[in-house]
Design a protein around this ligand. Structure first.
Ligand SMILES: Cc1ncc(COP(=O)(O)O)c(C=O)c1O
Length: 384
């Protein structure tokens, strides 16, 4: 891997195998490969083992982008998260986790891992003084999101790294909302970075994929677990993900720019109760985000005054699509209480601030002026 090159050049050129002199690597639509003298089962080439030429090239590219020793692809972001946690934890172990995470991760911890005897404690990831009280002798992992879904909280990332090191915990960060263009956690000192590659890394809302990157020994443990759990990426999605990655830097630059402009415009609108975007100087997370990120990403969340106003806004907005997921070229608006966090108990959802008046925006790459004008006209109609 050539790390003297900038991220932009690595995104375009890293790990391109040029098979048969092809500029773009073909799709290896084959489940199995002719047996050679592989000494271990993991050495046999087979799609579930994530070791086709396509996987190997993609993993090399992902490691180059994340500046990690190794990387691994998965069938989804949740496959990456669940496989990573199941690779590192056994019954009796305990996890420290940021209080506001993606709903799927929250339910994985609260239901699936709990039923296996793996417990967790939620902490305010921005308040390191509260963490020692939550630590147990059995704590193994500190899990955070770079920018949390959907509340847009930003942890005290240097403190998470240092606390995990000081107590022998594996530090894991879901960096889906931030992207490696704005922050690379591995050279910063995290042990493992995870992505729903469904979102920014691919960027075109046409596949589901996950990524983990970190030290070679850690990734090897994940690969071993993945071989058994089976959540590996299919060849078509691996091809599309590699294609999407080539424009990640261009897309993120536009996402960063337009989201910041939209956040400022929303903050001034009378129908808005509050806006969360870590790039707004008035945002509670601004100082933490600014000290670590080079850009603030394309995600923001805002509150209108009532659930009815949220419904009116969603009915009136014209350019963004009303859909779950995020990170694509098209702008999306959604109520997390009705999508990503629908699986949480209603009382817990409310307690976390994920109310029916909260709207999450994934800012696309459309014309910024048109987008802002559209949000304004929809908000004008929100209060009836
Ligand atoms: C922050 C975050 N992490 C993980 C996931 C899960 O990813 P996937 O849907 O690819 O399994 C999502 C999905 O929305 C997400 O927003």
């Amino acid at each position: 891997m050539n790390r003297t090159r900038t991220l932009a050049t690595r995104l375009v050129h890293s790990a391109s195998p040029h098979i048969e002199r092809a500029v773009v690597a073909p799709i290896f639509q084959t489940a199995n490969y002719l047996q050679d003298d592989a000494q271990t089962y993991a050495g046999v080439r087979y799609l579930r083992l994530s070791n086709s030429p396509q996987h190997l090239a993609l993993h090399a590219k992902l490691a180059s982008i994340e500046e990690s020793e190794a990387a691994l692809s998965f069938a989804s972001g949740m496959a990456a998260i669940s496989t990573a946690l199941l690779a590192l934890l056994v019954p009796g172990d305990h996890v420290l986790v940021q209080a506001s995470t993606y709903g799927g991760t929250a339910t994985l911890l609260g239901e699936d891992l709990r039923s296996l005897g793996i417990s967790h404690t939620e902490v305010d990831a921005a308040r390191p003084e509260t963490w020692p009280a939550a630590l147990r002798p059995t704590t193994r992992v500190f899990y955070v999101e770079g920018i949390s879904n959907p509340l847009m909280e930003v942890p005290d990332l240097p403190a998470v790294r240092d606390f995990a090191r000081a107590h022998g915990l594996v530090s894991m960060i879901d960096n889906t909302f931030v992207s490696p263009v704005n922050f690379t956690p591995i050279p910063f000192g995290f042990d493992l970075v995870l992505h729903s590659a469904t979102k920014y890394l691919n960027g075109h809302s046409d596949l589901v994929a996950g990524v983990a990157a970190g030290g070679a020994a850690l990734i090897e443990r994940l690969a071993h677990r993945q071989n058994h759990l089976g959540g590996s990426l299919d060849p078509n999605s691996a091809f599309l993900l590699d294609r999407g990655l080539k424009t990640l830097h261009l897309r993120m630059a536009r996402h960063n720019e337009t989201a910041e402009r939209l956040a400022r415009a929303l903050a001034e609108h009378p129908a808005i109760a509050s806006v969360r975007y870590p790039g707004l100087p008035s945002d509670p997370a601004y100082a933490r985000a600014r000290s670590v990120f080079s850009g603030f990403g394309g995600m923001l969340a805002f509150r209108v005054r009532t659930a009815l106003a949220a419904e009116r806004f969603l009915a009136a907005v014209r350019i963004p699509l009303h859909a779950a997921s995020l990170g694509g070229v098209e702008s999306l608006v959604v109520r997390p209480s009705r999508s990503s966090h629908l699986g949480l108990e209603p009382a817990l959802r409310e307690a976390k601030g994920i109310t029916d008046a909260l709207i999450r925006v994934s800012v696309g790459v459309e014309d910024a002026d048109e987008l802002i004008a559209d949000f304004r006209q929809a908000l004008d109609q929100a209060e009836g």
